[in-house]
Design a protein around this ligand. Sequence first.
Ligand SMILES: [Mg+2]
Length: 288
Amino acid sequence: MEHQGNRVLAICYDFDKTLSPTDMQAQGYIQSVGYDVAEFWKKTDLLAEGNDMDKNLAYMYVMMDEARGRLIFNREKLQEYGSKVQLFPGVAEWFDRLNAYGKERDISVEHYIISSGLKEMIDGTEMARKGVFKKVYASSFFYDDRGMAVWPAQVVNFTNKTQFLFRIVKGVLDVNDNGVNNYFRPEDQRVPFRNMVYIGDSDTDIPCMKLVNINGGHSIGVYDPVKQNKDRVHQMLRENRIRYFAPADYTAGSELDELLKAIIDKTNSYEVLEGKHVRDVHEVSGEE
Ligand SMILES: [Mg+2]
């Protein structure tokens, strides 16, 4: 088939403080094991520091440990906490609206979560249940045959977050598929970096933002629309981690909404030209 450009746009989201105003664990779970939120994170940080332990593995361990004798710690329970997680304004309608906008321009818009939070909780949100995400990459537990969480299955930290971007570029989405290291000609990449958007709020997003940014993609820093603290996004822009920043307001007509629509428009125009270029190159080289 004649090359028509790469017509998929992947929007990748961090979760905590990007789609949700606060950490997902702090919206029910931490309180239900009798902790104050700050005290809980202090405990997990101390465990990580004292044992040269990954911070995410540390919080997962403490979550499991503190649940013992207090509450049932299984997939259903975590999904139930997830179903109660608060979202920033407009998140619920955002995905369908952008998909429709892309469709009118022949761009298929896909949404991916890349989070150090818990996959089970994200899977429990109404939007995830509706199937808006092509893939959710996040930390998760392994459950024994009685359904109890006994071990980490996946742990997503700030540097291994970038692995998932390469999976998305190549369309090799399964976490155990080593095909992610295969070579793809640029024109065969399912989602070249230029067609990637990464939306995040903090330091843990920096490797992903930087990777997307230096490869011609679109990194966006968001900040809480109520608190209006822009210090972090200003710094990320100054240090060339992000191209744009906006409040985490996902409602129709918001700054973020307009920005994404402009990116979809640009992708459409650019890929018309790229398709023509690749066809011309292939004619000269005799490749398909
Ligand atoms: Mg975050």
